[in-house]
Design a protein around this ligand. Structure first.
Ligand code: SF4
Length: 337
């Protein structure tokens, strides 16, 4: 069985955008691949270094969200990144072969630097080197180590991660050529699913934006968010024909109610359904998705030590693999005593 490595940054609970963008793919692939889920707490420090306690408590929430979404803890290996020294060692070795310029031209590093205030956008983006940290700039290097410490074959990615994976592939090839190692050059599988926007109409969903619909939300919380979702603001009454294309609720029907979406579109355009009824229908569909997750989660919420054991077991397995691989790599590099 080939090995997949994927994961999450533990900076909070996972939301429904994570489910659409990656969790449902993981669930679908878990029977065909050996699945490693890396809970990337070191990578989370690159942007949340002032909030280590948030990262620590999020490790178990993220593992629970993955299991609630349908990943089978009997099959899947959950790994706490910071507890795998082989990843840190490999990061250092890879960094020797990486030029600063190669990282600075990475388009995803540029756009994320903009988001985190590590640069300014005056027409052309320019970095602010008094703010940009060494750790943040280098995270494609540590991500390469995350993927390759266990010789993962495949990484499912969104569009924004493609430059990182291309970088990883080049770096691993260069490393293998130089030292005669046989580290697996990772392949990637591009997700075709468009990013889910916020129910408030914002093109992004996120905790900091206050518009996230969490996998762990209660039915009441879901309804509150759906009830307040942005609709076609020109639709002033039920009798006014609506424009679904500008309505966040309609975009959620597309994602979670494929069977009825055409009907929703036509009823909206022909003023045959009001927005409250439309939202209630979406609410039903969302809860139909989330109810089985709530059911699976309840076992772990009642006994949180189960989640800790799952992460500890997975991390132990990752260390067995990583320690042997890094031993072989160091031997080839003549990093020996
Ligand atoms: S009927 Fe539905 S799709 Fe149309 S504007 Fe209202 S909420 Fe949006």
């Amino acid at each position: 069985m080939k090995r997949i490595l994927t994961g999450d940054r533990p900076t909070g609970k996972l939301h429904i955008g994570h489910y659409v963008g990656s969790l449902q793919t993981r669930v679908a692939l878990q029977n065909d691949y050996e699945t490693f889920i890396l809970i990337a707490d070191v990578q989370a420090l690159t942007t949340h270094f002032e909030r280590p306690e948030l990262i620590n408590e999020s490790i178990y929430n993220v593992a629970m969200d993955n299991i609630a979404a349908g990943l089978d803890p009997e099959k899947v290996t959950f790994i706490q990144q910071s507890m795998v020294p082989a990843i840190a060692e490999l990061t250092i070795f890879y960094s020797m072969l990486t030029t600063v310029n190669h990282l600075l031209i990475n388009p995803t590093i540029k756009s994320e630097s903009r988001n985190y205030g590590f640069g300014e956008n005056d027409g052309d983006f320019s970095y602010d080197f008094s703010k940009l940290t060494y750790g943040f700039l280098g995270y494609p290097v540590s991500q390469t180590a995350d993927i390759t410490f266990c010789n993962a074959d495949l990484v499912p990615v969104g569009e924004d991660q493609v430059p990182h994976l291309e970088f990883s592939r080049k770096l691993v090839r260069k490393f293998n050529e130089l030292y005669g190692t046989s580290i697996t050059v990772p392949d990637y599988k591009l997700s075709q699913v468009p990013r889910l926007a916020g129910l408030d109409g914002n093109s992004k969903m996120g905790k900091s934006l206050g518009n996230a619909l969490y996998l762990s939300d209660t039915p009441e919380e879901v309804w509150n968010k759906v009830r307040n979702a942005k609709t076609d603001t020109n639709r002033i009454s039920v009798k006014t024909p609506g424009n679904p294309d500008v309505c966040a609720v309609y975009h959620y029907h597309k994602a979670f109610n494929a069977g009825e979406v055409e009907n929703v579109c036509s009823m909206c355009k022909n003023a045959q359904m009001g927005c409250v009824a439309c939202k209630k229908l979406l609410n039903e569909k969302l809860n139909a998705l989330l109810d089985p997750m709530r059911e699976r989660r309840s076992k772990y919420e009642a006994n949180p030590s189960l989640i800790k054991e799952i992460v500890a077991e997975g991390t132990k397995k990752a260390n067995e693999i990583g320690n042997e691989n890094i031993r072989q790599i160091k031997e080839k590099m003549h990093v020996t005593m």
